[in-house]
Design a protein around this ligand. Sequence first.
Ligand SMILES: [Zn+2]
Length: 476
Amino acid sequence: MSPASDFRSLSASPRSRRSGVRSRLLAVPIALFALIAVLAVWRVGSPPVLELRTNVPGIGSRTEITAVAEEAGRGLGTVVLELVQAERRWELARTEHEPRPFWAFWGERTARVELPAVVEGRTVEGLAEGEALLRLVASRAPTWLRRPAPEVLERTLPVRWRPPSVNASSQPNYVGQGGSGLVVYTVGEAAVRHGVEVGDRLFEGSPVPGRAGEFFALYAAPYDLETGDSIRLFAEDALRNASRAPFLTLYQTRELVRSTIALDDAFLQKVVPAIAAETAGLRVGDDLLAGYLEINGPLRRANAEELRRLAAESRETFLWSGVFLQQPNAQVMDRFAARRQYTYRGEVVDQQDHLGLDLASTRQAEVLAANSGVVVMARYFGIYGRTVVVDHGHGLMSLYAHLSSIAVEPGAEVATGQTLGRTGATGLAGGDHLHFTVLLGGEPVTPLEWFDAQWIRNRIEAPLGGAGAAGAGAAL
Ligand SMILES: [Zn+2]
């Protein structure tokens, strides 16, 4: 009897009211039974929503997998993540939960699980390079009468853990601490990222102009790197299988020059308020020494970091040619890479490394571009005061600091010897001089190599096949 006809019987005669009471008594269990029957047939869990994420597009020497299953109704049951190849199957992760009973509309259930797994291809016994299937299987909550098929998500993935090969083809290869190097190499076809690794940095390679299949990388040996052990050729494929090959035959160490600078109040008064006024976000109080230490330490590091970021904008072409120009009539006041100790009223208050050449000539002398390139910075720049940075391509840049005036705009193409501005004493400078730095990938390197025509011929042009940077530049 339907609930509707039962309702009609309420307004009937006493006789039929008695039978109405009986039918009402019957109606409850019948309706309940009908409801349970309906639920038992129909209320299976919804198909869980599945997702498979991997950190690399395949199974490599190390693949991180995250499997996600979601079912917000009756909740999840068993979720299994597995790898399948031919007849073999490896279970990577499994989780089991109890979905809500089909007749329950509340109570505990697991609506979402995340299964992490790490597969190190080479160490999975029986797995071969080629292809494999990554499969995520999530059961659906059943009823007494129905047991739906589980929900399955599959992805076919390449399996490869052999890294791409990488071999130096230029010989010999040597570099000095704080210097620049260039190596020519060949690399396996699967490589998507390659170059010279120095510690945790990668100086990415580019094709050698006119020589198919060969690459070169210009790299910097940081001034404070005491051994060449961490300088290696590096190649990695899309699955992040990586090769590292030592290629240096010699690493020449260089001692840091040490010097002491005595700070006095007149100097602090000259530089601290001026730099603070030009530097957004730098707050210095009345204590000039504290302000100075803030500039000499944290601001110096922030500027170095910004130069590393600027390196990413370097053009992938040789914009320079020939030897780098030294400023005419300039006296070198200090050597590249000096560890400076700072004293104030007889006490050591700070220590920093000075990375560049300080050159003095006449006051407000013209500052000339050391080589051709494109201006990528022309503004006040922290400890460097008014600064121009010229990009010479492939990560090589030159920096001119403490200028009194700037004569170029960012984006301008400049020729060797073109006037960039005039020397001055802006930023952390006691008197009028030019601070000159050569940067490779944002890393300061000694400019002396780039001033040396023979060094450029032997170390840069010869490995590139004699055509050299000039020829290569012309070709691009
Ligand atoms: Zn300097």
